[in-house]
Design a protein around this ligand. Structure first.
Ligand SMILES: [Zn+2]
Ligand SMILES: [Zn+2]
Length: 100
């Protein structure tokens, strides 16, 4: 075991990057991992840590009754469409406005 000089977390001897703060022991600095720029978001389910699946773009028409989703969508009432993602494991649904 060795300790990260940046955050003092314990690191396995054969690791060169701190699991906690991404501090690289070979470069002596915190390294940023470049996210590949993909068309769709790469989002993990907060509960299951599995990637959410893009389920399509949903459009709402004026006067659409949101029903039980009303509370969830209240914040988006002035937007017309949403990208919908769902967790394949627990079924959690997330909406994202596509133009942000
Ligand atoms: Zn660290
Ligand atoms: Zn989930």
């Amino acid at each position: 075991m060795k300790n990260c000089p940046n955050c003092h977390a314990e690191i396995e001897e054969n690791f060169e990057i701190c699991w906690n703060c991404n501090y690289s022991l070979t470069e002596n600095k915190v390294v940023e991992f470049e996210e590949p720029s993909e068309k769709k978001k790469d989002i993990d389910c907060l509960r299951c840590n599995v990637p959410l699946v893009f389920a399509g773009n949903f459009k709402f028409h004026e006067g659409t009754r949101f029903g039980i989703l009303g509370n969830l969508l209240e914040a988006f009432v002035n937007r017309e469409s949403f990208d919908l993602y769902l967790c394949p494991k627990c079924g959690k649904v997330e909406f994202f406005s596509p133009n942000i």
